[in-house]
Design a protein around this ligand. Sequence first.
Ligand SMILES: Nc1ncnc2c1ncn2[C@@H]1O[C@H](COP(=O)(O)OP(=O)(O)O)[C@@H](O)[C@H]1O
Ligand SMILES: N[C@@H](CCC(=O)OP(=O)(O)O)C(=O)O
Length: 372
Amino acid sequence: MSGVRQDVVDARRIVVKIGSSSLTTAAGGLDADRVDALVDVLAKHQDREIVLVSSGAIAAGLAPLGLLRRPTDLARQQAAASVGQGLLLARYTASFARYGRRVGQVLLTTYDTSHRVHFRNARRTLEQLLAMGAVPVVNENDAVATDEIRFGDNDRLAALVAHVVRADLLVLLSDVDGLYDGDPRRPGARKLATVDGPEDLAGVELGSAGRAGVGTGGMVTKVEAARIATGDGIPVVLTSAVHVADALAGRATGTWFRATGPRSAGRLLWLAHASSPRGGVTLDAGAVRAITEGGGSLLPAGITAVDGDFTAGEPIELRDETGRTVARGLVNFDAREIPLLIGRSTRELARELGPDYEREVVHRDDLVLMRS
Ligand SMILES: Nc1ncnc2c1ncn2[C@@H]1O[C@H](COP(=O)(O)OP(=O)(O)O)[C@@H](O)[C@H]1O
Ligand SMILES: N[C@@H](CCC(=O)OP(=O)(O)O)C(=O)O
């Protein structure tokens, strides 16, 4: 263990994410004492801006709805989240009120972290809450997010929120005090003090959630969140919720993921990390060049094939003729419309089908190049 982490000490704007497993009792309900214990620490950091990403809505809604464990179907998870989110927020509101602090609820979907207008709105709301001294409490908008568009875990959501607010640091709090080289319950498992880059993760076994039916992503999504944030220039501390005070003080607790990439400004970070787009298009060589070298949009003329079942506004893959994904983007047409457009000029399409068809299939502002 080394000394103080200067990047943490210097961090003024911090996203703190806490998992369901650290907020619930052994029986599965919301644990008010644990919420208070977290708030006791966060409220002390008045000279910093803290955005809290809190899981726990589904867990908090189980008992009130007479459910004994986390349901596997989306509809009941959504109902539990809808009941639980209110209880969770009420708890945070009361807990921060002990320190005279207000909280503001911000519920997001993947849509809000990628679409221009929503991204800007989310950023503006978070900025305004911080400017007014309120603590934003963020969760996924579980009640409306469907399987296709949801993060499903709050680890990646937290990394994207850190990107949205341009945080200096992301703190991931769990029920385990860091990343181990294998299941931490296994004798001999070793904790990693520092991760400098992907090479340090070779050989590390990333297991699933600890308490069955409570957390969701396990270590896989935490490491993925760390990869997104560090690649975006934001360092990450992963530790146990009981060590949050140490983590925020810069003491060497948990696992420290060093920032690897430059900070990026755009809203499209999410697209590059979206789980799996629901389809894609194949581009001819000219279109690949226009996109990767010329900073152009994707026009119908450059498309040779389409696959999958997507609707306008959703993310898709843009592939070259060997099947390699060269970019991801938000598409302006439904999949079923694209065969009609393939290989044709926008002018011709507009003449034939009306001015609505004189548009890019993917606008360059809605497109992110994938590193090969
Ligand atoms: N390599 C590993 N290092 C640390 N924890 C691991 C590892 N593999 C699996 N885990 C499990 O991941 C769990 C944390 O994930 P999860 O239950 O989803 O927590 P949260 O609710 O905080 O998001 C730990 O309880 C631990 O048992
Ligand atoms: N949005 C969900 C969070 C999903 C979840 O369980 O996440 P986590 O405990 O962080 O692995 C909820 O509030 O229940």
